[in-house]
Design a protein around this ligand. Structure first.
Ligand SMILES: Nc1ncnc2c1ncn2[C@@H]1O[C@H](COP(=O)(O)OP(=O)(O)OP(=O)(O)O)[C@@H](O)[C@H]1O
Ligand SMILES: [Mg+2]
Length: 549
């Protein structure tokens, strides 16, 4: 298993390098193509050179041995042989003479042709008795049959170097027909061929290496600017807008760098312009909100005076006075939200942290939401862990988040269903989940709920009336704590919001002690009227079960 893992790792690393590096791919491909081309060319050249060398030598050998046979025949004819010892002497001397005359000192053999029975019978002679075996019977019968010149290639022992045997018939007066064989050694030709092959091989390796090096050099020149562009683009994406490429020379790469820099310049300009615009807009919203506060205070006071004396008005005017007061309330809360958002945008929001038990803050938020829950016929269920859930938090901001989550949940919950609040904690974080059984939301909607002024259905009847800023502010508050605020929903299956906060500043969240998606979306059984009661978590020993409020 471990060995297989090791092999897998050993394969994966080069494969990853191959995929990632264009330079490596181009160099290796050109090396491979170069190697194949050089091998084919080398093979072709070697075979042509070998053919040239060997064929040339063989025709030379054939010419030379024909001449040698003719010389021998002339010597035999001229010798006037009559005695057996004379023939013996000539037969002994002639091969040595022929050997000395031949190029590359061939071995020479003289064999008596078996078919004739001459008056003088003389033994076979050879310049090298050990090599007599190389003259095969096939060769001999070919020469014996017509006496013409025949040749055959052989392997000369002991190193089995290549050789050629050439044979033809000669007639010795009084002694009859003899076969004359020349054995030529071709090892000098073989040595030349090896030398050529070695030279070609060395040249080929050098050529392929040069090709690889050149490709590496060329691709490096092409890839380097691309790499540098990628590096600069990454840094630009990280927000370092002053980053630029180095422009060298006048070539295409310099054009690329110049165009890249021009693009970065224009991007930087646009971003700066948008930043300025955005700052102006933020300032405008902040100023307008601020400026509206004074007239609004006057309007509120006037509204209160009118509202207080509405009993004296006729019913239509009294109703208008009520509406006026309600709308002034909404106006005030919208203004407060806008001012809060502009504080976040200006980076002026400060955390006022203290160690608090999140259960106390949840309890406070529930207390505030209870009247609304009662009016909407929604009951609140809460699960608290037994142990303290202390964390360094700004209680005002966390209470605001929870209040908004609860109001949203109550607002959306179907009448008669529960809103379930669960608190949990682990070593590094505390979490609160608010779950309702209302119309829920789609995946797309859950990605937008934190957008400013966003509402799933602007036409939805809202008794409390909302501006669509609540969750945007909640998210900013959670982020200020280094925490998470996440939403999940299912159309018709309710919605769940989870707030996770680190226990101490500096802890980076990696997980939450609560799951965002509830284990079961089925609503809890509704408690009967008698058990619908207010629960003070501090006064109850067991909070591990769901309590009806
Ligand atoms: N529990 C929920 N179920 C379904 N949709 C929800 C739920 N909570 C919020 N939403 C959707 O998200 C939108 C934004 O919520 P948010 O709290 O930001 O604004 P609001 O409640 O409309 O106004 P505000 O809180 O500022 O008074 C809501 O209008 C609603 O469409
Ligand atoms: Mg809200």
């Amino acid at each position: 298993m471990r060995a297989r893992l090791r092999v897998l790792r050993a394969v994966r690393r080069p494969a990853a390098r191959w995929r990632k590096s264009l330079q490596l791919r181009v160099v290796l491909t050109s090396l491979l193509v170069g190697f194949v081309a050089v091998t084919i060319l080398g093979g072709f050249l070697t075979s042509r050179i070998r053919d040239g060398l060997v064929n040339e030598r063989i025709s030379q050998i054939l010419r030379e041995s024909a001449r040698g046979a003719q010389d021998a025949q002339d010597t035999f004819n001229a010798a006037g042989l009559s005695s057996s010892s004379g023939v013996q002497q000539v037969l002994y001397d002639e091969p040595r003479v022929l050997q000395a005359r031949g190029s590359g000192r061939p071995e020479v053999f003289l064999f008596r042709s078996p078919s004739k029975s001459p008056p003088v019978l003389v033994n076979d002679t050879a310049t090298n008795q050990d090599l007599v075996v190389l003259i095969g019977s096939k060769m001999r019968s070919a020469v014996q049959s017509d006496g013409a010149q025949h040749w055959q290639s052989v392997a000369v022992s002991p190193v089995r170097s290549p050789g050629v045997v050439v044979g033809s018939a000669v007639t010795i007066p009084t002694a009859g027909t003899y076969e004359l064989y020349f054995l030529y050694d071709l090892s000098p030709e073989q040595a030349s061929l090896f030398l050529v092959q070695r030279t070609l091989g060395g040249g080929a390796i050098g050529l392929v290496a040069l090709l690889g090096f050149l490709t590496w050099l060329v691709t490096r020149q092409a890839v380097q600017p691309v790499r540098s562009a990628a590096r600069v683009a990454e840094r630009l994406a990280d927000g370092l807008l002053d980053e630029r490429m180095v422009v060298r020379g006048q070539d295409e790469m310099a054009t690329l760098a110049r165009s890249f820099n021009a693009m970065a310049e224009s991007l930087q300009d646009q971003i700066r312009r948008m930043e300025r615009l955005s700052r102006m807009q933020q300032r405008f919203v902040a100023d307008v909100s601020h400026e509206l506060r004074t007239p609004l205070t006057t309007i509120r006071m006037a509204g209160e005076v009118i509202n207080a004396s509405r009993a004296d008005f006729d019913p239509a005017v009294a109703r208008s006075a009520e509406l006026l007061t309600a709308q002034i309330d909404r106006f005030e809360s919208l203004l407060a939200d806008l001012l809060e958002i502009s504080r976040f945008d200006a980076g002026a929001a400060v955390l006022d942290v203290e160690e608090h038990d999140i259960r106390d803050i949840v309890t406070r938020a529930i207390d505030q939401a209870t009247p609304l829950a009662e009016s909407r016929q929604v009951w609140l269920g809460v699960v608290f862990p037994e142990e303290r859930c202390a964390a360094d938090i700004d209680p005002r901001r966390i209470e605001r988040i929870l209040r908004n989550l609860l109001v949203n949940a109550i607002d959306h919950a179907t009448e008669g269903t529960p809103v379930e609040i669960v608190v949990a904690a682990d070593r590094t974080s505390v979490a609160v989940r608010v779950l309702d059984h209302g119309p829920g939301m789609t995946q797309d909607e859950s990605e937008h709920v934190f957008d400013r002024f966003w509402r799933a259905d602007p036409a939805r009847s809202r008794s409390t009336g909302g501006t669509g800023l609540g969750l945007a502010i909640s998210l900013e508050d959670a982020r200020l704590h280094g925490g998470w605020l996440q939403a999940w929903g299912e159309p018709g299956g309710g919605a769940s919001f989870r707030l996770t906060l680190p226990r101490r500043a500096g802890i980076v969240l990696t997980d939450s002690p609560l799951s965002l998606v509830p284990e079961s979306t089925a609503p809890l059984p509704q408690p009967d009227e008698g058990s619908r009661r207010r629960v003070d978590p501090a006064g109850l020993p067991d909070f591990n079960h769901l309590e009806a409020r």
